[in-house]
Design a protein around this ligand. Structure first.
Ligand SMILES: *[C@@H]1O[C@H](CO)[C@@H](O)[C@H](O)[C@H]1NC(C)=O
Ligand SMILES: *[C@@H]1O[C@H](CO)[C@@H](O)[C@H](O)[C@H]1NC(C)=O
Ligand SMILES: *[C@@H]1O[C@H](CO)[C@@H](O)[C@H](O)[C@H]1NC(C)=O
Ligand SMILES: *[C@@H]1O[C@H](CO)[C@@H](O)[C@H](O)[C@H]1NC(C)=O
Length: 204
């Protein structure tokens, strides 16, 4: 009897540890973040399937309608969202501040939707973001100076929106920036002098 109990206990422990440490599913915090993000963007995602184990459901069209995961990020357990592509999906909502709750996110492409409202200042707390395109939406307001804090950023595409105001001098802190595209908005004033320090820039 004792032996059987011991066997059972170790089986339960084994299952639990493989769930916690060997899991190839998206971590709970990021599932919750995706639910908030879906609501704010006005996007339908099928949460009956795990985004990282069911790429056929969550990544239907690699560059246009896809959520992609990485399950092998050093010193982390489980899987994490690294890119979101929602290009020409007729999204009717606004930009979700909750995107920063996906801490391993590197690429965001929301090109050509109907998103309105402003760019969330909270986006300044991204720590791995490389590439953002918001081209062709209905965004208003100014570029938040906080975006100058995203030191990993290489591509920032804001073309064809209704953004206004002056360009923040803090964008001169983007030490890895390669490409800034701001055409067709209502920006005013001068290009900040701080842009002269952006030595990695290839395309402005
Ligand atoms: C992983 O953690 C170890 C020990 O804390 C550390 O030495 C190593 O640099 C970390 N690796 C990465 C890629 O962060
Ligand atoms: C965004 O668009 C919706 C309708 O699609 C409208 O109700 C809302 O007022 C708009 N918000 C802004 C900030 O323009
Ligand atoms: C930046 O955008 C251009 C054009 O879409 C692309 O060719 C390039 O690979 C992007 N660079 C990065 C670092 O994402
Ligand atoms: C980000 O930038 C703003 C304004 O440039 C600054 O006040 C803030 O301390 C920075 N740091 C964080 C973590 O947001």
């Amino acid at each position: 009897m004792f032996f059987i109990r011991l066997l059972l206990a170790s089986a339960v422990t084994f299952c639990f540890t493989s769930f916690v440490f060997g899991a190839t599913v998206l971590v709970d915090d990021e599932i919750r973040a995706l639910r908030d993000i879906a609501k704010t963007l006005g996007k339908y995602w099928n949460f009956d399937e795990d985004p990282c184990s069911a790429p056929s459901v969550w990544a239907r069209d690699p560059k246009n309608d896809a959520v992609n995961c990485n399950c092998n990020i050093p010193n982390t357990t489980g899987c994490h969202v690294v890119s979101i592509y929602l290009k020409e999906q007729s999204l009717p909502g606004t930009l979700p501040p909750e995107l920063v709750n996906l801490p391993y996110l590197e690429h965001i492409d929301l090109t050509r939707n109907y998103l309105n409202g402003t760019i969330p200042p909270k986006w300044g707390s991204f720590t791995r973001l490389v590439d953002v395109s918001l081209l062709g939406n209905r965004l208003t307001g100014t570029i938040p100076k906080e975006l100058g804090n995203i030191s990993t950023l290489k591509n920032l595409t804001l073309e064809f929106n209704m953004l206004s105001g002056s360009l923040p001098k803090e964008l001169g802190n983007l030490m890895n920036i390669e490409r800034l595209h701001f055409t067709s908005n209502y920006f005013t004033g001068e290009v900040p002098e701080t842009f002269a320090g952006l030595t990695t820039m290839k395309d402005l």
